[in-house]
Design a protein around this ligand. Structure first.
Ligand SMILES: [Zn+2]
Length: 111
C-alpha cells in the first residue's frame, strides 16, 4: 500500500486501496457551475487509463502535475505553559545580568 499526494489538487490517496483494488485518482472540480457544468482545474489529473491501439502502451487520461509519495506534516510542537516559559526567561535574563539570585519574580537589584 502506497500513499500519494496529487500535485495538482493536493489530494491524498492510497493506491492500491486497503482491499487490494487499484485507485484511479481524478481531481475534483474547482466549483460547480450554477447552470449545471463543473469548472475543472486547468492542471487536472485524471488517472483513468486510456488504451491505445494494439501494441501501444496505455496512458493516463490527464497526467496533470503528477503525483508524489505523501509525506505527512510534522506533528505540532508540544505547547509549553506560558508561566513556565516566563520563569525560564526570567532565570536566563537574571543569569546574563550577573545575578545568581532567583526570586519569585521580584527584582533582585539593590536600591
Ligand atoms: Zn488531484
Amino acid at each position: 500500500m502506497s500513499v500519494y499526494e496529487c500535485l495538482s489538487c493536493r489530494g491524498v490517496y492510497q493506491d492500491p486501496q486497503p482491499d487490494g483494488s487499484s485507485y484511479y485518482h481524478r481531481c475534483p472540480p474547482l466549483s460547480t457551475d450554477p447552470r449545471g457544468g463543473a469548472v475543472e482545474r486547468p492542471d487536472m489529473r485524471d488517472e483513468t487509463l486510456v488504451f491505445g491501439n494494439e501494441g501501444e502502451a496505455s496512458r493516463l487520461k490527464a497526467p496533470g502535475r503528477g503525483r508524489a509519495p505523501y509525506v505527512p506534516p510534522p506533528p505540532p510542537a508540544p505547547e509549553v505553559p506560558r508561566t513556565f516559559l516566563s520563569r525560564v526567561c526570567d532565570f536566563v535574563l537574571r543569569r546574563k545580568a550577573g545575578s545568581e539570585e532567583v526570586s519569585n519574580g521580584e527584582s533582585s537589584q539593590a536600591q
